[in-house]
Design a binder for this molecule. Structure first.
Ligand code: HEM
Length: 346
């Protein structure tokens, strides 16, 4: 599904938009992929539109959560605020949307049996008490709407670095073209993706250099704790500065340079120090989906096209226009995709 969507998307961008890709276009692709991953490949245009409207509500609610310090207080949910009205509206429409799909599943009319929704329904059919209705609704939201922005941000940083660092793009193109010899109708397999060594390193290095989530979600300390040189009494909220950890020169050496090859000699310290998807039992549940999407997009891109930056940046980090939303940071740049010359091989 991902490969087909990425191919279609790139083709459309080249045919109808002269190859120009803006953030809004990338959001559309990310949105479609995550929705189809959750609700199935056979989603209709109307269903996608309904989800798009719901996403606008979620986006605004996420913005409120990070800009309004009062939302986390227990009493806030009883107040008559615009955020609470939006939340109530979202919950009602979200429930209806999922109820309609549950009915389709119950009637045996669900065709894509590999999507998250189908698998959840199967589990619930075998074990009805596994999730409460609230947990069910929230799980689906986390798997789809809630992660569009963060995933799109990571994809944008990936394209940014590949477009900016022409030498990396050239080497990646060679790796992609040399390692993937497949027929036109042969789908890209996970096995093939994992064999692409430089691709994996580029994806890790972009997360190190530009983590989309600049600081981690705050968590309360439950007992007195000493973390490095910091002492935290219980009740204090602690966040990890992902950018600072990812650019600790003691671990990474030269942190300014975008250098995927630093992972050729990956030390255990580097492995532990890369802040990307969180750590421990609350680690990101969608990390494989996000990683696979980024890799599939890059492979389908470099197999046939090249990508350049349309926004002037010097390479110096401060010259890159960014958008900050709560703990997220995205590049605000435009890209241009062009059909590649045929002779890029080793
Ligand atoms: C590059 C894109 C993504 C990044 C950088 C990212 C990062 C994160 C981080 C840092 C956390 C918090 C972990 C913690 O609190 O320790 C998280 C949680 C989570 N993510 Fe992602 N995420 C991405 C994409 C996705 C996608 C595509 C999905 C779903 C398909 C997803 C599903 C989740 C879920 C369900 C949680 C909550 C886990 C829990 O609390 O148990 N994420 N993510």
């Amino acid at each position: 599904m991902m490969e087909q969507e990425c191919k279609q998307y790139l083709n459309q961008m080249v045919q109808h938009k002269q190859g120009f890709i803006r953030m809004a276009d990338l959001i559309q692709l990310t949105f479609k992929i995550l929705m189809k991953f959750t609700y199935g490949r056979d989603m209709t245009a109307d269903e996608l539109q309904e989800l798009l409207d719901l996403r606008a509500l979620v986006e605004s609610l996420i913005g409120d959560t990070f800009s309004n310090p009062f939302v986390k207080f227990p009493l806030y949910k009883y107040m008559r605020t615009s955020t609470n009205r939006k939340l109530a509206q979202f919950e009602k429409r979200w429930l209806l949307f999922n109820k309609r799909r549950q009915e389709r599943f119950a009637k045996g009319k669900f065709r894509d049996t590999s999507c998250v929704f189908y698998k959840l329904q199967q589990t619930l059919a075998k074990n009805p008490g596994a999730l409460s209705e609230d947990e069910f609704e929230q799980t689906l939201e986390e798997a789809s709407l809630a992660n569009v922005d963060i995933t799109c941000g990571a994809v944008a940083w990936l394209l940014f670095h590949v477009a900016l660092h022409k030498d990396v793009q050239k080497n990646l193109t060679v790796e992609v073209k040399n390692s993937i010899s497949r027929g036109l109708s042969e789908p890209l397999s996970l096995e093939t993706l994992t064999k692409l060594d430089l691709l994996g390193k580029v994806v890790k290095e972009l997360a190190r250099k530009r983590p989309v989530m600049v600081i981690s979600t705050p968590e309360y300390v439950t007992c007195p704790m000493v973390i490095g040189n910091f002492q935290s009494p219980p009740g204090v909220e602690v966040s990890v500065d992902n950018s600072a950890v990812n650019s600790n020169t003691g671990v990474w050496g030269d942190t300014e340079t975008f250098n995927p090859r630093r992972f050729d000699d990956e030390t255990p310290n580097m492995r532990k120090s890369l802040c990307r998807f969180g750590i421990g039992p609350r680690r990101c549940m969608g990390y494989r989906v996000a990683d696979t999407f980024m890799k599939v997009l890059l492979v389908t891109l470099l197999e046939n096209y090249s990508v350049a930056l349309e926004t002037d940046v010097t390479g110096d980090d401060d010259s890159v226009p960014v958008q900050k939303v709560g703990p997220f940071c995205f590049p605000c740049v435009d890209f241009k995709v062009q059909v590649a010359q045929k002779n890029v091989t080793s």
